[in-house]
Design a protein around this ligand. Sequence first.
Ligand code: PDD
Length: 281
Amino acid sequence: MEELAYVEGEFVPLKEARVSVTDRGFVFADGVYEVIAVYHGRAFRLDEHLARLAASANAIHLLLPVDHGQLENIIKTGLGQSGFQEAQVYLQATRGAAPRSHAFPSEVKSNLVVTFRPLHPVSDEIRKKGVAVITTEEIRWNRCDIKSIALLPNVLAKQKAIEEDAFEAIWVTTEGIVYEGAASNLFMVRDGEVCTPPKSGKILSGITREVVLQCARDLALPVSETPLRIEEVLKADEVFLTSTTMEVLGVVKMDGRAVGEGMVGPITLQLNEALRKEIGR
Ligand code: PDD
């Protein structure tokens, strides 16, 4: 088994993969990305990820160099060549290599890179115990629905969380509105109702968020997608995060205070199980 990259139309060992220092992804973070989990050799919710990549590319007026079918083929071939059954596929499309100038270059081909690496799921121990999070002031732009590679605020927030012995940072505005995590969507459970902020330019419309909302509906749990305030989240019975790599991950501490009973809650466990079932299908 080998970590691989698809770059300049070829598969090469990841260590040997190179792009130009003039690539606009490197110079301006002018690009978009996706992270896809592969279980038992199959990419989970591939169509949804590829549709979101196309939507992100479209939103920044970037013409992808390949279509949906070609992307599927690249992923299938890469998985086959790497030999990984459980993998993390990272796709990144940038506006290509060009002399540095802010406006779009006129003659440039966008650059697609795909990497194939082993999946590193959250350990069973962490999943059982739940995680601590911190809140941090929302400083991002108003198009967080675009899966942009410009992630400096997210990088700084995650680092702050790690330095404070927490797993994730949660964006909260100065007015007390809660949006999502640095790399995850946020849910809370109140009196049996599963609540998450609505889709907007302030959150990424997570693929896992969507699957979990569907699981909740299938379990006949009441669901609400309305704005959340930090006071409500701090008083919630349960809080959990969702993402491709975290799946459903219980939050047991927020800014040093216990959430609910200070343990991963029953609805969090139920939804994690339901998501695992979807993955297994
Ligand atoms: N991040 N919100 C943000 C800001 C994210 O970066 C992510 C995922 C999500 C969850 O989306 P999904 O369920 O589609 O993975 C929400 C990926 C995993 C990352 O940047 O590594």
